[in-house]
Design a protein. Structure first.
Ligand SMILES: Nc1ncnc2c1ncn2[C@@H]1O[C@H](COP(=O)(O)OP(=O)(O)O)[C@@H](O)[C@H]1O
Ligand SMILES: Nc1ncnc2c1ncn2[C@@H]1O[C@H](COP(=O)(O)OP(=O)(O)O)[C@@H](O)[C@H]1O
Lengths: 113, 146, 146, 113
């Protein structure tokens, strides 16, 4: 299954809804999306991963790249994910300590930390 | 001891093919349904790593995946032919990744792929593919339940 | 000109793997969705034929499938290493099949597989795999639309 | 997808409903089913192929084998199939002249010729 991407705004947050597979083949499209948003002045991103079926380390790399980009503008990148098999990948790689991970978009949007 | 061997040009698209084949053969071999996701992810990581190295060092050489439906184990070997010692597999401080300004923004250190594999697969090894030849082989296995 | 090469032990189960791979690579190469069914069926027939011959003549030798994502064509070659001239590919009077008492009841004459391929695929050839070596190669191609 | 098989009786006809893939891997199970039915004295078979997703020449061979078996007992083997891609395989191989092919089970069950 291919990657699907859609974005919407809530207040100062931009929600990126990702579906399908984020892998070595599709990750470049997610990167482009994140780069475009930051270039557009959107520095507070919420990446909704609830419809992601597959995530590999290339996808992790793009998310980490996104985090670095928004941080350069004092922004934030929050993830929404409750899928155990996806969470496992963040856990294995220690990235649960790098990304704030939320259970719902509403929670991520209202989070300030 | 049925065997399937897949050789593919070092292109990201073929990593998906490799995942698909590995999961299909694993399923038929009797690997537990619950574990197939791990097989797909781990084989995908090993192949992404190999594709990445080949593109850097030997883009015209294909990557080799061998699937062996052993008596008790389903075994996978992913073999690359890239010269060792380019630091690609260096251990990464993953948690420090986001703060590491030196790194190319989106570079996934290939070590992350191996970290994912090690986290997922109990039985995994990374060794020189053959004495005197360049390249490494990532070997993984899963128990066959049925 | 990306290439995927699949080599599998001569077992019926792997014919499914070959079909799956051929359809996946064809789809990604831009072969029309409507034609993917034909690709699966034709590649399956060519592989069934090769598996059948190998099991009879050289069960330990793997069957080879090569998929080439050419510039304008998606090309498949299925190569066996069975000795020629065992009559396996003889033309069959298919309509007379059901009345033919001599035949093993369920024997599919392997010629039927080639008949199906020829009926489905416009561009198909069956040739000796290599001069002086045993085996035949069934070559098929489909246009790439995308 | 794997092969599924179920049988039922209507009068002197036995309907074999086949689903999934009839290929080099699963065809032996269909053969067994047909052999068992004939051994059981069922000589008038209707093979319902409406749920077949995939049929290859091995499957054709098993159907032809079934036809030979029932004919040896003056029986019949009728097919039910309206799927164009499956019909095409019968047409290509000339087997539309060998098997009576019907559009519905009801039609096949009431056919006599
Ligand atoms: N090699 C491939 N080529 C084309 N499509 C593929 C391939 N692998 C997966 N897909 C598509 O992705 C969907 C999910 O496939 P899946 O078996 O989960 O494999 P994967 O997630 O590794 O791609 C399938 O419906 C298929 O269409
Ligand atoms: N090689 C295979 N190994 C395991 N399952 C397979 C394989 N090929 C197909 N399948 C199963 O059959 C279903 C249909 O697959 P499809 O892509 O239509 O290929 P095919 O019909 O040739 O098997 C899939 O959902 C898959 O689970």
């Amino acid at each position: 299954m291919d990657l699907s991407l859609s974005t919407r705004t809530e207040g100062d947050r931009t929600i990126v809804e990702v579906g399908g597979e984020i892998d070595v083949y599709t990750a470049p499209r997610l990167r482009e999306q994140l780069v475009d948003l930051v270039a557009d002045g959107k520095y507070h991103l919420v990446v909704d991963m609830e419809r992601v079926d597959f995530l590999d380390s290339t996808g992790l790399g793009v998310l980490v790249g996104g985090l670095k980009r928004v941080r350069a503008h004092d922004g934030s990148l929050r993830l929404v994910c409750t899928q155990e098999r996806i969470l496992k990948i963040f856990r294995i790689t220690g990235l649960t300590k790098v990304f704030p991970i939320h259970a719902t978009v509403a929670e991520a949007v209202s989070a300030t930390e | 001891m049925a065997t399937v061997e897949l050789r593919f040009s070092a292109l990201p698209a073929h990593v998906r093919t490799a995942r698909l084949v590995a999961a299909a053969v694993a399923r038929r071999s009797g690997v537990d349904e619950a574990v197939l996701d791990e097989v797909r992810l781990a084989v995908g990581e090993a192949c992404s790593r190999a594709v990445h190295l080949h593109r850097r060092h030997c883009p015209e050489v294909p990557v080799l995946v061998t699937l062996v439906d052993g008596p008790d184990l389903f075994r996978v070997a992913v073999t690359d032919e890239a010269p060792a010692g380019d630091g690609a597999d260096d251990d990464m401080d993953l948690e420090g990744l986001a703060d590491n300004a030196d790194l190319d923004l989106d570079a996934v250190p290939p070590g992350v792929g191996l970290a994912v594999i090690s986290g997922l697969v109990d039985d995994v090894s990374v060794e020189p593919a053959a004495a005197g030849a360049p390249g490494m082989v990532v070997r993984m296995s899963w128990p066959i339940s049925a």
